[in-house]
Design a protein around this ligand. Structure first.
Ligand SMILES: Nc1ncnc2c1ncn2[C@@H]1O[C@H](COP(=O)(O)OP(=O)(O)OP(=O)(O)O)[C@@H](O)[C@H]1O
Ligand SMILES: CC(=O)N[C@H]1[C@@H]2OC[C@@H](O2)[C@@H](O)[C@@H]1O[C@H](C)C(=O)O
Length: 401
């Protein structure tokens, strides 16, 4: 037998596994690495988060990714080069993180790599009749990562989800259900990344009711306009810029006037739709092109919060009550979090640290959970009451030699 396959089988059969989850999100701030130890699988999964670090991207890395990121038209050469280059870069960052933690690569069973989303194209968004399907593209090839790091790598988790009828996202539901479901309370796991999403976990623990959905922009528009309007800044520090402004009601209404917000759950989206061009078009329609930077930031912050409120009401009814556990970089923005809390007055708020997972680590952990299921578990059946939540295991396997 190929010795790498033997190693893979051994990892799958062990009572515990160490899997390094990697996530590089839409904010392009860096690579999140979460070293996870798993005991068991499926509903019996026990997680210990052993280490977590974000290795920030140099400005040059961000620039390169932005040359293709969420653009309808980009250089095929650039995309091809980046696919291999990011795979190798992530392999290098894996080795750096392990060295910093004093852990030998041989003591890690597998890497679970999300890669870098460069384009997300659910059918409702691309609307091209000749392609009656959902599609998404994550780059940073798993073979390059495996060869550079010397570690068995699972990658490209989203394709199987689409092949089996999903939109390729959000995948959080599978891991959230295994790690955070509780009979004590109805829970919402709200992630405030570039795009905001949540997972619904009813206290009944009825897997058929569990799903996750994108709800609209989280930080993506805030970051884009801060980069443009506040030179030297890449996000709204502690929500200060928004706090200095006032929400423009006409622009907010125009921003919310899109079929995405009325579409049934679950649904996905991305910065392909919620882009600066989307905001500019809404400004034209609402005669609000001359807003001050602070008023624009305040309105975009209110827009992110309103999208979240609408989707939570869609899921739970017009006076939603649930315990909301927040994660993602947007939780560090008090203007955004304050607007969300105000819109959901019957909900109780905490962050995922209260559930023993550091909020900044949660998404990287979730990909390690998916890899754990692929290696040692089986297809997770959740959300049967809803469309687009397929029961599959995910991730392509790359051997390092
Ligand atoms: N102190 C802060 N004040 C305001 N915003 C902050 C702060 N710290 C982080 N953020 C926001 O969080 C963002 C990073 O969030 P995160 O790392 O969750 O994004 P991501 O993982 O790339 O997103 P996604 O989940 O969409 O892939 C920053 O770009 C910024 O908008
Ligand atoms: C296509 C894609 O990369 N989607 C991401 C993105 O970032 C947040 C939101 O949009 C979510 O749908 C998803 O990531 C999380 C980890 C998910 O799949 O659950």
């Amino acid at each position: 037998m190929n010795p790498h396959l033997a190693r893979l089988c051994q990892a799958a059969q062990q009572p515990t596994r160490r899997i390094l989850g990697l996530m590089s999100g839409t904010s392009l701030d860096g690579l999140d690495l979460a070293l996870c130890r798993f005991e068991g699988h499926g509903p019996a999964t026990r997680l210990t988060l052993e280490q977590f670090i974000t290795l920030p991207y140099a400005e040059d890395v961000r620039q390169r990714i932005r040359r293709v990121f969420a653009l309808e038209t980009a250089s095929l050469e650039e995309l091809t080069l980046l696919n291999a280059w990011i795979g190798t870069l992530h392999g290098q960052l894996v080795l750096e993180a392990l060295q910093g933690w004093g852990i030998r690569p041989a003591d890690v069973d597998a890497v679970a790599s999300h890669g870098q989303t460069v384009y997300h194209a659910p059918q409702h968004q691309h609307q091209r009749a000749e392609y009656p399907l959902n599609a998404t593209l994550q780059i940073g090839d798993g073979d390059h990562l495996a060869v550079r790091s010397g570690l068995i790598t699972l990658s490209d988790f989203r394709q199987k989800h689409i092949a089996a009828g999903g939109e390729g996202a959000p995948l959080a539901a599978y891991g959230d259900y295994l790690l955070f479901s509780s009979a004590a309370e109805d829970r919402l796991l709200l992630n405030l990344g570039g795009i905001a999403n949540f997972t619904y976990l009813p206290a009944s623990r009825d897997a058929a009711l569990v799903f996750s959905t994108d709800v609209g922009p989280g930080n993506t528009l805030l970051d884009a306009f801060v980069r443009e309007l506040y030179p030297g800044h890449s996000f709204d520090p502690d929500g200060q810029f928004a706090a200095a402004g006032t929400t423009d009601a006409a622009l907010l209404a125009a921003l919310l006037d899109h079929p995405f917000f009325a579409a049934p759950l679950p649904k996905t989206t991305g910065p392909e739709l919620f882009s600066p061009a989307y905001v500019r078009a809404a400004q034209q329609r609402s005669a609000s092109t001359s807003l001050s930077p602070a008023d624009l930031l305040a309105t975009l912050t209110a827009f992110s919060a309103a999208g979240i409120r609408l989707a939570v009401e869609q899921a739970l009814g017009s006076s939603p009550r649930a315990a909301v556990y927040v994660s993602g970089g947007g939780m560090h923005n008090p203007a955004l979090l304050g607007a969300i809390r105000q819109g959901l007055p019957h909900c109780r708020f905490a962050d995922t640290q209260a559930l023993d997972v550091a909020p900044d680590a949660k998404e990287a952990v979730l990909f390690a959970v998916l890899a754990n299921e692929t290696l040692a578990g089986s297809a997770l059946s959740i959300g049967q009451g809803r469309q687009r939540v397929p029961a599959v295991t995910m991730g392509k396997i790359s051997l390092p030699g």
